[in-house]
Design a protein around this ligand. Structure first.
Ligand code: AMP
Length: 289
């Protein structure tokens, strides 16, 4: 049940601290590092994001959420233009979830012209899957997260396993530059019908939305029959096509290197990306997590 609020809406939002400048956020959090959990997002918040905030809230006194649609991680200008933006609703959700502050960076402040390039070897994550289909994407992710982590210096940071390859990239970034940050990789939050929650889901029309859960159903089926993955993969691609879902990649991989898996064993995953009604959806299932 939603908590009843006696505070008028604009006033309630004032209770959430909002920062736009790296200098002011660095200054404010200078004495709060040890008690801060950080949740970076691109906004258009859904329950998957809020589950990260709730987890961070349970483990930290202060929860800081960033909302930034990072141009550097979009290789497709159309995708960037169409990315949903729902700032006021996001702020209300964050206030209700108990966030302490929100960071809404200004690009010119975040990326000053004097900013040095971050040099991080992402091999072998820089040539497969998301990197192959979205060139430059993870370089953009690394650039913005390096900046965020440097400015905020949180004790804990929270990411969703829905973006599995991103989690592996963030692990490399933290290992290389921010070993003091405790990284928490959190389970994927799904709709009751199994569809992985995503800000992009709101771009699906009702017809497409009714087909979208087929992705997770197929992933679970593949997972139950791993030794037959090679033959079953083609069956899945065909089945998804009958639901209007065009597969971009669908692979069984070993973690953390994402090289092809051939026999069950160890930490593995099945990764999917594809298009439904022009909307790019990704999902995965973890095996022996
Ligand atoms: P985004 O706003 O898509 O950049 O996501 C911000 C953070 O929320 C990332 O760490 C995502 O992996 C995570 N996230 C997005 N969707 C989900 C979900 N359905 N379940 C769990 N975490 C998610």
């Amino acid at each position: 049940m939603r908590r009843k609020s006696f505070i008028c809406r604009p006033l309630a939002l004032v209770l959430l601290k909002i920062f736009h400048y790296s200098g002011s956020i660095a200054q404010h959090f200078a004495h709060l590092h040890a008690s801060t959990g950080f949740v970076p997002t691109m906004g258009a918040l859904h329950q998957g994001h809020l589950d990260l905030v709730t987890r961070a809230r349970a483990e930290n006194t202060h929860v800081l959420v960033s909302i930034f649609v990072n141009p550097a991680q979009f290789n497709n200008p159309e995708d960037l233009k169409k990315y949903p933006r729902t700032l006021l609703a996001d702020l209300e959700k964050l206030r209700d979830a108990g966030a302490y502050a929100v960071y809404l960076p200004l690009p010119a402040d975040l990326y000053p012209s004097t900013l040095a390039q971050v040099s991080l070897n992402l091999h072998p994550l820089d040539s497969a899957f998301e990197s192959r289909f979205r060139p430059g994407h993870f370089e953009g992710v690394v650039k913005v997260l390096h900046r965020f982590f440097s400015v905020v210096q949180p004790a804990h940071a929270y990411f969703g396993l829905k973006d599995l390859q991103q989690c592996l990239v963030v692990e490399k970034l933290v290992d290389a530059f921010f070993p003091q940050i405790n990284l928490h990789l959190c389970p994927t939050t799904r709709e009751p019908d199994g569809l992985a929650m995503s800000s992009r889901n709101m771009r699906l029309g009702p017809e497409a939305r009714s087909h979208a859960p087929e992705i997770y159903r197929q992933l679970q089926w593949l997972c139950r029959n791993l030794p037959l993955f090679g033959t079953n993969r083609e069956i899945t691609v065909q089945a998804l096509a009958t639901h209007g879902i065009e597969t971009e990649y669908l692979d069984w991989v070993n973690l953390p290197d994402l090289n092809p898996a051939e026999t069950p064993g160890g930490r593995q995953a099945i990764l999917f990306a594809g298009y439904l009604q022009g909307v790019r959806l990704i999902d995965n299932v973890l095996i022996n997590p």
